[in-house]
Design a protein around this ligand. Structure first.
Ligand SMILES: [Zn+2]
Ligand SMILES: [Zn+2]
Length: 254
């Protein structure tokens, strides 16, 4: 099993998880041509994808999905709540499937565990994806942690964890007051300290890869995110990977 990122941040997200010949793309916030180029960096063609899993209807996650899925006939999976607010964008497409945010399902050789999260969308989820032996936890776009989130994420072999902003940088930055309030709210995005506190509450004894993701270009730095997560794990900062907006990260084996 292995995983890689096409890029992460408010301008677009995409992450591939592979086990054997099953490959799922979690979210696609990039245009068709850009997505094809980002997949090619990982040695993949669109036809190599088994399915696209959507987390929620915000454009940095779903923006590229309808056109890409239609162009290459890739099945799409999203919660019934997400589908209810984007139905017209998938009109005429036959391979669009709904699921409940608390029900796990299988796609080929992968088990998909949706994780319901507090975020300002209709029925947003994140995912823990496993092959029966190992699991990667993907957790971005949530305002606060919950016991349910931590129950799902504990004991993973790899984590991709939102470190959206530094609270002081957000507070003193140029964003409008309503936008600042939205980002910092319970239905917004995790700041570095909240992400670190969440991480510290998980069983990390099997963890071999961790990436900070969905970093704000304006309200965070890679250094601050690394310091926060390394502090929670008691490890060297170099051990904390970054899922960058432009480059994502290359394949990591599990
Ligand atoms: Zn997002
Ligand atoms: Zn979002």
């Amino acid at each position: 099993m292995r995983f890689a990122s096409l890029g992460s941040g408010s301008e677009g997200n995409g992450l591939v998880v592979e086990a054997g010949t099953t490959r799922v793309l979690v979210d696609c916030g990039f245009g068709v041509r850009d997505t094809v180029a980002r997949l090619a960096r990982l040695g993949l063609a669109p036809g190599d994808l088994t399915a696209i899993l959507v987390t929620h209807e915000h454009s940095d996650h779903i923006g590229g999905v309808p056109a890409f899925a239609a162009r290459y006939a890739i099945p799409v999976w999203a919660t019934f709540g997400t589908l209810s607010v984007v139905a017209e964008r998938f009109e005429g497409m036959t391979h669009v499937y709904g699921f409940d945010s608390h029900e796990r399902f299988a796609l080929g050789g992968l088990e998909i565990v949706p994780v319901a999260v507090p975020h300002d969308a209709r029925e947003p989820v994140q995912y823990v994806i496993g092959d029966g032996a190992r699991r990667v936890g993907i957790l971005t776009d949530l305002g606060v942690s919950t016991l349910h989130v931590e129950d799902c994420l504990t004991g993973c072999n790899a984590l991709v964890l939102e470190c959206n902003h530094d609270p002081d940088m957000l507070e003193n930055g140029s964003y409008s007051w309503p936008l600042k309030r939205r980002i910092a709210s319970r239905l917004g995005h995790l700041d570095n300290g909240t992400a670190a506190a969440l991480l510290a509450r998980l069983d990390n004894s099997k963890l071999v890869h961790i990436f900070a993701a969905h970093l704000s270009r304006e309200n965070n730095t890679r250094e601050l995110a690394r310091v926060a997560l390394a502090g929670a794990l008691g490890c060297a900062q170099e051990w904390i990977g970054i899922a960058g907006q432009d480059e994502g990260f290359d394949w990591r084996d599990l």
